[in-house]
Design a protein around this ligand. Structure first.
Ligand code: GLC
Length: 441
């Protein structure tokens, strides 16, 4: 082999190596399976889920952050477990009320920041079966009931732990009596992964794992490595269709299947946690019914049924799901105020659900008067507040037919260069006055 040939050979080998490396960088390491993609679509179509924040924090009735907000020693706090006896807990009653609201999934707090596990975990005695007189595995009961009634179960899982010494404390839970010297990430990471394995092995199909707490380390000087990709891969190995979401308030990270927004519709940032870009993953906004997630006895400031229904429709108008929270009482009941609202939402979804389920964001972005949702060639115009008997829509050359969704009564329409104007006999009123438009293909 002469010199030129050798050079050529070396160059060829080098070139193919470089190409391989750069391809590896471009190829995403997470490729969702078919069943995962199907689950994403089902999720995106489902529009309404109910969030449940329930744990021993409910007994203090001050919300789920009580332990760290009041700097309570974790050993004192843990004593509440020995009195946790939610006599009226009835998975069937919960799931029935939630299903009747038109929700397609429930997201339940398996373990919140206080570190108490709501299932019979073998990884720690600090759980609902071993540490309470109640002794029942509520996740088992909920999972069985959800499967029976055909509604999906998602599990909230906290990355933070204000009780365990091995969790390296971030900016919260610094005064709950933990021994900071004992922080041991590999030990804690292993603990979490074994717990997640239990949840995805012993309770049948789980629709999603909903992580929370990443932000605990967002002010570290050296970036904290949560080893998320590995943890996400574990989840997808155990249940490929299980959706991974993380309430980190960032744009999604490799391995996530949905994007979560907290207390704001995607693209809005009134609560201050949602400045992140909107990804192409299915979207979900979680929101409280009053002002707290966990049961808070002094917070009776519930949003009205009308406000909640409009919020649900507005979420659909953004192409997202609403995960609406309920904080059950320490006796195991859902608060009456929450039940009333669930039933009002159910009345609405049973009549008008078709205008949100399976839809995407409509052709017209949110307006002062309301929002739009779209399904095939049908565009639903949801009017919340209109002070006039006419409404102009910038849908030039697109509209074939317009009618009132409820009565099917055709609406007078004038086509202009900019779109169409609809004319009503009376100013539209009600929670959501829906007009259906049939569009040209
Ligand atoms: C926040 C809170 C947490 C709650 C969650 C729900 O992250 O810290 O308590 O569970 O929001 O979205």
């Amino acid at each position: 082999m002469n010199h030129t040939h050798l050079r050529q050979l070396v160059l060829t080998v080098l070139f193919s190596l470089v190409a391989k490396v750069s391809m590896a960088q471009q190829t995403p390491s997470y490729i969702p399976t078919e069943e995962n993609l199907k689950a994403r679509q089902e999720f995106a179509d489902s529009k309404l889920g109910i969030f449940i924040h329930w744990g021993i924090y409910s007994m203090f009735a001050q919300g789920e952050w009580y332990m760290t907000n009041a700097n309570i020693d974790n050993k004192e706090y843990a004593k509440a477990a020995s009195a946790f006896y939610p006599v009226n807990f009835d998975a069937k009653a919960w799931v029935s009320a939630i299903k009747a609201a038109g929700a397609k999934y429930i997201c339940f707090t398996s373990r919140h920041h206080d570190g108490f596990s709501m299932w019979h975990t073998a990884q720690s005695d600090y759980n609902i079966v071993d540490a309470t007189p109640f002794g029942r595995d509520v996740i088992k009961e909920l999972a069985d009931e959800c499967h029976r009634q055909g509604i999906k179960l998602h599990l909230y899982y906290s990355h933070i732990d204000w009780t365990r010494d091995d969790y390296p404390a971030g900016r919260t839970g610094r005064h709950t009596g933990k021994d900071m010297q004992k922080a041991d990430w590999p030990s804690y990471y292993g603990f979490m992964n074994r717990q997640i394995t239990e949840l995805l092995t012993n309770y049948g199909e789980i629709g999603a794992i909903w992580f929370d707490g990443w932000w605990d380390h967002d002010q570290d000087t050296v970036p904290f490595d949560w080893q998320l990709e590995e943890q996400y891969a574990l989840i997808h190995r155990l249940q490929p269709a299980c959706l991974v979401g993380n309430n980190h308030h960032q744009t999604p990270i490799e391995g996530e299947d949905i994007q979560i927004f907290e207390r704001d519709l995607p693209g809005e940032n009134k609560a201050g946690l949602s400045g992140q870009d909107i990804s192409r993953l299915p979207l979900e906004t979680c929101q409280t019914m009053n002002g707290m997630w966990g049961y808070k006895i002094i917070d009776q400031n519930y949003k009205s049924a009308e406000t909640l229904i409009r919020y649900l429709v507005s979420t659909s108008g953004k192409g997202a799901n609403l995960l609406l929270n309920v904080g059950p009482q320490p006796n195991g009941e859902l608060p009456a105020a929450a039940l009333e609202r669930l039933s009002a939402i159910g009345e609405w979804t049973s009549r008008y659900g078709e205008t949100i389920y399976g839809t995407t964001a409509g052709d017209i972005a949110a307006q002062e008067w309301g929002v739009t949702t779209r399904k095939g060639d049908r565009l639903f115009v949801h009017i919340f507040d209109l002070d006039a008997k006419e409404l102009h829509l910038p849908l030039q050359g697109k509209v074939k037919k317009a009618f009132v969704y409820d009565t099917k009564q055709p609406l007078k329409m004038k086509r202009t260069n900019e779109g169409v104007t609809l004319f009503f006999d009376e100013v539209p009123t009600g929670t959501d006055y829906i007009v259906e438009l049939n569009l040209r293909k």
